[in-house]
Every structure is written in C-alpha cells, then in structure tokens.
Ligand binder design. Structure first.
Ligand code: PMP
Length: 440
C-alpha cells in the first residue's frame, strides 16, 4: 500500500492541477468511495452528486467492474494496439451493439478530447474539406483542436486563431438568441441560423458539424423536438459529416443509451468516453459509420495512440456495459428522472427566487441560478464565479454533498445507480443551500 500520511502535503508540493490557479487550491483528500458516497481523510462522508466529472455512471467501486479489471490485470495488463485481444474485441462489439445499425467500427482513444480530435480528422480526410462547425455553448475537450471547437470560456485563453473552426448558436430557449418564446420557434430559428452559417461559410468547405446531443458542461439543454433531425438534413444536403459528441450524454446518462436517441437521428460519427466504463480506467473512442470507415479500407488512417484499446480499460468497459444491461441501469436512469429528480427539482424551483429554470432528462439536470427571475441575470457571470454562487456551493458541501457546478449553474448528475432515498436526500441538501442563493 502507498503511504497516505502526507497525501495533502505532497499534492501541494508536487501536483499541478488542471484548469486552476495553483496557489489557492485546497483539494479534498479522498480516501474511499463506494456507490454514490465518498469519504475524506477526516472520515466525513459525502453524497457524490457530481459523478466526479459526470463519469461514474455506474457508481464508485462497482464489484463486477473491479473484478473484471483485476482478472484482466492477472492475464494481460497491456499490449500494443496493432494486435487483437479479447477485451478490446468484445468491448467494440458491445459498444456498437448499442449504436444505430451501420455504425459498426470503433477507434479507441484514451478519453473524450482525443476522440473529438480523431473524429474531426476522419471527417476531414473523408470529405477532403477543412472547416468544422460547433456551438458556442459546448465543451469538447482540453486538447488543441478539441478546445478550439469548444465554445465554453475555457477556449478563450487557448484559442490561437483556430484554423477552420467556426461557432454558431445552438438552441437554448431560456436564453434564446432568436427572441423565440416557444420550443417550436427556437427550433425553427436555430435551424435557419445554422443554414445561413453554412451558406456564408461555404458548404463546400465544411467537413463536419460537431454537436453534443444534449450539451452537458454548457448547461444540459435538451434540444427542442426536430432540431437534431434538422441538423441531420442540413448535413445530408451538403455532404457534411454529422459528429454526435456523446462523451457526457452517452452511456445512459440521459435515460437512453445515447443522447441523440431522444432526437431520433443517426449520426455519422459518435464520440464517447466517461460512462463507457465509468472512468475506472481511461477510455474513449469514435464509433464510425460504414462510408467513413470505407475511406480507410485502402488508404492509411494517419493517426493512432500508444494505448488505443488498452486491455484494462476495455475489460472495464465490457463489465460496465454488461452490468448496465443486466441491472437495467439505463431504464433506472430514465425512471429516476421521471419519478424522482424531475418532480423534486420542479418543487425546488417553485420555492426559490434564485432559480430561473430547471431542465434535463434522466440523471442529467441543471439548475439555472439567477439574481432576478424577470431579467434572468445570472447569479455568476458567464465564465466567472460570484460570492453568492460560492457560498451556495459551500453550503452544499458543509451539508455533505459534492455538487457539480459551472458558472451560474448547479448540475444534478449523481451516478445512475443512486438509490431513490439518496437522490431525495441530495435534493433536500440543495433545496436548503439555495436559501443562500436567494440572498443574491
Ligand atoms: N466532449 C464532451 C461532451 C465532454 O463533456 C468532455 C469532458 N467533459 C469532453 C469531450 C472531453 O473529454 P476528456 O476530458 O475525457 O478529454
């Protein structure tokens, strides 16, 4: 066992953390995790309403997944990607079995950002075009190209005049760019806007549109009915590759296996990571349709990663997907949304002046916090924080809940396996903490 007596001290001395100013950091020391609960080094327990970065869909330390990793480690820890191994073959079969017909191949990566990078590379090579369109309210990853197609403010200091990336507005009725007041209007106008962006950018120069089927980090905006179908139609009309980024929405989070199922469409390429094996061992990938895959039958695909299809990660994916099937975890996510989280959040919204809107599906919900319900002024600026927001999050933690927060939003994204009682207890903690937000 590793000596854990100086964990915090060694972290502060030697660990450089992501997306953070290093000086003021006080990371929580986590010593143990199980299901939807975490423990710190003082023995305090917390309800994990974040699934960490929205990835432990199956909960922490699921015994079947832990056992599968142990068994794989005892047999074959690692092997180069040019070989075949049972864990990777079976993981690819299971992943494609939940994708639409015609998407039968998987390119494995180590996570979501590299999946996005490779999906775009495939689309560019397949079409011979360069430009990629993505929405302003999106997150696609922290590597060079993935952060450029991202819309989230974390792109700002990382954007070096992004060659070929173009942003447009996706639908978001609560903060409509199109002065829409109904979902139907928002859908129609957002599609007309996209059509115009395509025309003005030059359809012949656009390789791909990459779209989170349900934008996650940017605020869990379930698209209005018809929007994804409209995007599909525009892509078909102009020979543009439709990439569905399912890194966060995929593998049951939304109450379906993939988020695009809510929109009744078939994308050309699907990026995934997180929920595929609940992040027990890093894994991501691209599910590829036949026409795109066929581009590389004769021609070399010029890209790869040393750990592509890592056996430990793939063994974890096999066990995770099988467990999700056996235990009805996706169906449970849909039920939790319908019966517990949705109604519970509506009740919370009715009781707080700081709640502008609650929205979501499955185990994928956002609480949009505002200073004023009439003006909809956010409780923290886009890309920033505020004392009221920080105090609200601190109140959650003091009451034993780890929230997922982004700017003026608290996301309700616990593991899909959370018990109804723990889900209700978490909502009660958030309800009480929102009294702080109501003070502004
Ligand atoms: N795409 C989406 C939709 C995501 O939510 C994320 C991560 N939050 C990524 C891509 C990037 O994934 P990773 O951090 O594993 O590189």
């Amino acid at each position: 066992m590793i000596d854990d007596s100086r964990t915090y001290e060694l972290d502060r001395a030697h660990v450089f953390h992501s997306w953070s100013a290093q000086g003021a950091l006080k990371p929580m020391v986590v010593t143990k995790a199980e299901g939807s609960t975490l423990w710190d080094d003082e023995g305090n327990s917390y309800l994990d309403f974040s699934s960490q970065l929205v990835f432990t869909n199956i909960g922490h330390q699921h015994p079947k997944v832990v056992k599968a990793i142990q068994d794989q480690a005892a047999t074959l820890c690692t092997i180069a990607p040019g070989t075949a191994n049972a864990a990777r073959s079976e993981a690819a079969r299971l992943i494609t079995s939940h994708a639409p017909d015609g998407l039968e191949k998987v390119f494995f990566t180590n996570g979501g950002a590299d999946a996005v990078e490779h999906a775009i590379r495939m689309a560019r090579l397949h079409t011979g075009r360069i430009k990629v369109l993505s929405t302003y309210r999106s997150y696609h990853g922290g590597t060079a190209l993935a952060v450029n197609v991202t819309g989230d403010p974390r792109r700002w200091p990382n954007d070096y005049g992004s060659a070929g990336t173009v942003h447009f507005f996706g639908p978001f009725l609560y903060r409509s760019q199109f002065h829409a007041t109904t979902e139907a209007e928002e859908c129609e106008r957002a599609l007309a806007h996209l059509e115009q962006v395509i025309a003005l950018e030059g359809a012949q120069s656009i390789a791909a549109i990459i779209l989170e089927s349900i934008p996650g980090t940017a605020g869990i905006m379930v698209p209005p009915p018809g929007y994804l179908q409209g995007v599909r139609e525009l892509c078909d009309r102009h020979g543009i590759v439709y990439i569905a980024d399912e890194v966060m929405a995929g593998f049951g989070r939304s109450g379906r296996w993939f988020g695009f199922e809510h929109g009744d469409v078939t994308p050309d390429l699907i990026t995934f990571a997180k929920g595929v094996n609940s992040g027990y061992v890093p894994l991501g990938g691209v599910i590829i349709n036949e026409p795109t895959a066929a581009t590389f039958d004769e021609r070399v695909y010029p890209g790869g990663l040393t750990y592509s299809g890592h056996p430990l990660a793939c063994a974890a994916a096999v066990a995770t997907i099988k467990t999700m099937e056996e235990e009805g975890i996706v169906e449970n996510a849909a039920r939790l949304g319908r019966e517990v989280l949705g109604p519970g959040l509506e009740k919370i919204a009715a009781g707080h002046s700081s709640v502008g809107e609650v929205r979501g599906t499955g185990v994928f919900w956002a609480i949009e916090l505002v200073k004023d319900q009439a003006t909809r002024e956010p409780l923290a600026a886009y890309g920033g924080s505020s004392p009221a927001m920080n105090a609200t999050l601190a109140a959650c933690k003091a009451a034993g809940l780890i929230p997922f927060a982004n700017y003026n939003r608290i996301h309700v994204v616990p593991p899909l396996t959370i018990s109804d009682d723990d889900a209700r207890r978490g909502l009660e903690i958030i309800d009480a903490a929102l009294d702080t937000a109501d003070q502004g």
